[in-house]
Design a protein around this ligand. Structure first.
Ligand code: ACO
Length: 400
């Protein structure tokens, strides 16, 4: 057969598709989305079944390896990850090099990229063992890094990871506990957080994942690729939306709690205001993750005995949107991050930590997609074409 790439080269055919509305950048066997039907599956397993019955590390294994682990495989993977949760001591100084109020996503992006300097024996994408070790190191160290960034922002002392605790429980402990004040973490909280991480674990070729693949397509090491993914995720149209949603709800609350004026602005597109946490490139139906998160928000806030006026405002906004022609015509529904921030807030996370939590969840997806790309013999360096619209040739003025 004729190779499509050489055919395109010969004909000089170029397609222009801003935002990749209709252009697939790759084949992939990891995640399936049917946006019209509101379906999301990891490796064929429906997201609601994984959220209900699985654990984040099990889902990470599933995404990365393609199959659910046996009990022994999960045990081996978990203990390998736990063994590497310590950060190099120099990282303590690394974090202090940033202003205390610097955004955690910017510090995280730098931290992930810096891992390449500490683990130089894990940088070769063509060496399976190196990639395997880098996978474990990323899964192990990123939560510790995020917890330390949170602590540093408040000037609080850092704790060392405790391998006897579960992945999520220890993350919670590292983030919130102080020396000599270590106490048990409410299992309802760790279960909810574990579930949220599962919901964020992969979402096929979204902006950050496409970025990870693009950077990795040059054979850049996995830390560089994932660090670029963190950068892409930080934007308010992507992972940063969870932070923006809470800011939006807080602003509505501060102005008296009446959402109608805000909604008027959104519909008139005044000052580019959008209903954050609504809309999705692929879902033209209720995001299946949003439905699960909404139930979890009620459950977690109920368990913590916290009533949150912001949750009422969020539900009010959803109610208006689901019955308003503007949103109906454009098929705009809540996405995964419309309700997540309310849960993170109830758990005690500062708003700026919301997007790093998304990054912690998306990490196995980025790793799985990087590895799938590297293992695919048809992978070529990502290099889009353009349609040039500038000046044709001009002469540089003589004597200038
Ligand atoms: N509020 C108001 N109007 C919206 C919204 C929204 N949240 N989202 C889309 N629209 C409108 C657009 O103005 C546009 O209207 P028009 O046809 O009159 O011009 C129409 O709906 C289509 O929107 P696009 O921007 O073309 O859709 P696109 O697929 O490019 O964008 C995106 C998807 C970025 C998610 C968008 O819906 C958005 O900005 N949402 C708010 C931010 C957000 O929640 N992001 C998180 C995404 S999910 C995630 O990363 C976890």
């Amino acid at each position: 057969g004729v190779k499509i790439s050489s055919l395109l080269k010969e004909t000089g055919l170029v397609t222009l598709d801003p935002g990749f509305m209709n252009t697939a950048s790759t084949t992939s066997a990891i995640t399936y989305i049917d946006g019209d039907a509101g379906i999301l599956r990891y490796r064929g397993y429906p997201i609601d079944q994984l959220a209900e019955g699985s654990s984040f590390l099990e889902v990470a294994y599933l995404l990365i390896k393609g199959e659910l682990p046996t009990a022994d495989e999960l045990e081996a993977f978990t203990s390998r990850v736990h063994k590497h949760r310590l950060l190099h001591e120099d990282f303590k100084a690394f974090f202090t090099a940033f202003p205390a109020n610097g955004h955690p996503m910017a510090i995280l992006q730098s931290g992930v990229s810096a891992l390449a300097t500490y683990y130089q024996h894990t940088l070769d994408p063509r060496d399976e063992e190196q990639v395997e070790l880098a996978t474990v190191l990323l899964m192990a160290k990123v939560p510790t890094m995020i917890a330390y960034i949170a602590k540093r922002a408040l000037g609080l002392p850092l704790l060392y990871p405790d391998a006897s605790k579960s992945y999520v429980e220890d993350f919670y402990r590292l983030t919130f506990h102080l020396p000599y004040q270590d106490h048990d973490v409410d299992p309802a909280l760790t279960k909810a957080l574990d579930m949220l991480l599962i919901l964020h674990a992969d979402h096929e070729q979204n902006c950050s994942t496409s970025t990870v693949r693009m950077v990795g397509s040059s054979n850049a090491n996995i830390y560089s690729a994932v660090s670029a993914g963190v950068g892409a995720l930080s934007g308010p149209l992507h992972g940063g939306a969870n932070e923006s949603v809470l800011e939006m709800l807080t602003a509505i609350q501060a102005s008296g709690g009446d959402a109608s004026e805000f909604m008027r602005k959104v519909k008139n597109k005044e000052d580019g205001v959008r209903l954050m946490g609504f809309g999705h490139r692929v879902y033209k139906n209720y995001d299946p993750r949003a439905a699960i998160v909404k139930d979890a928000a009620h459950e977690v806030l109920g368990k913590l005995g916290k009533s949150d006026e912001l949750l009422d405002i969020a539900m009010g906004l959803e109610e208006i949107a689901l019955n308003d022609d503007y949103f109906i015509e454009r098929k705009l529904y809540p996405n995964v991050d419309f309700y997540t921030g309310l849960i993170y807030k109830a758990m005690g996370f500062p708003t700026q930590m919301f997007t790093p939590l998304f990054a912690m969840g998306r990490l196995p997806g980025w790793i799985a997609q990087y590895r799938e790309m590297i293992a695919d013999p048809t992978t070529k360096i990502g290099r889009p074409r353009q349609v040039y619209t500038g000046e044709t040739e001009r002469q540089y003025p003589a004597g200038r």
